[in-house]
Design a protein around this ligand. Sequence first.
Ligand SMILES: Cc1ncc(COP(=O)(O)O)c(C=O)c1O
Length: 403
Amino acid sequence: MTPPDPFGELFGDASVPHEALRRQAFNLRWATQPADVIPLTAADPDFPVAPAVREAIARQARQGLFCYGPAEGLPAFRDACSRFSEERRHCPARPEQVLAVDSAAAGMRQVCAHLLRPGDEAIIFDPVDFLFQAAVEAAGGRVRRLPVDALSGELALDQLESLVTPRTRLLGICNPLNPVGRVLRQEELERLASLALRHHLVILNDEVWADIVYPPHRFQSVAALGPELAARCWTVHGFSKNYGLAGLRVGCVVTPDAAACAALAHSSLASTTMSGVSTLSQIAAVAALQEADDWLAAWLQHLRRQRDLAVAELGTMPGTRVRAPEGTYVLFPQVDHRGLEPEALTARLLERQRLAVVPGSPRWFGPGAQGHLRLVFSTSEAILREGLSRLQRGLEELAEDSG
Ligand SMILES: Cc1ncc(COP(=O)(O)O)c(C=O)c1O
């Protein structure tokens, strides 16, 4: 007999709090769209977070104390992240190596600001989430892009060496890779690692998606390839994709050693109290890491069903090719744009079908996103089905109109 699934109802259609999302879900989502639009845009779940996280926040709120925390993060938070790094990512890291940051995105910016000087170059993937370019450029750096096949997710590793110049300082690794959904292979990580070692590059290692990986694929961290690599890695973890805590603004950076962590805390002004992470958010993150394993497993089960549904539906749409993501909850189908610019296609889908998706434009992902669009499936089955049927109608209509 199959045991009852205690979390099954958590991700059902009835669990999507529509009214609250319309008021509270920003960043291209429900609160920023007209009422009849379905947003499959920013990667942010449509469901309430794990009960253990809600309880931890409520407990702390009842106690009523909201004192200053330590600049680098609460001891309980740094301990929990250190254990998480060792146990889940197989990257041993002492608590003194962990800096609390107010989101993975902020961690990326702080690491780049700390390590790069104006004019320095960083090698990043293409396509990849816009935050890589934004973080490098905010520090005065310039990006050079390693092509990635936007459908298969394969990296053009033979071009890697040609991207290195005397100004190259940093290698940005996004694993699993948003938007193509690839989980990097051991051989790929070894080739990237070898480049970093030969050219003395630091690695901005973004693992914000690493809990969202579908079997048989398995996540492997570049920082786990050996102590030489760990000494070059500044690894960014987040709580938004795995546990849905984007609005709590919390993440962490695992730095090469305690001195590097103190230097990063200093350069990001955490030690002056001009930056830092809400202690309530850190308490919520600790509860997520320590008490929400079952919830995360159920979330992954739901996502896997959603992924399979979306891949099957997209496979039947005109002019569309798609590969199932190995990790993440984004899809990046190649879509015949019939001569339209990426933004023109998504504007048309919004206007005529009332569906919001992210265009495959350089602004969001780099020039390599050309011909694709991105949609998320971190919602309920009913919303996803409706979103996909709107996409299908939109693409059929476009095919008819362009003869
Ligand atoms: C690859 C990647 N890195 C970083 C982030 C930022 O995560 P957070 O919202 O936790 O700052 C995102 C969010 O979409 C992402 O996709």
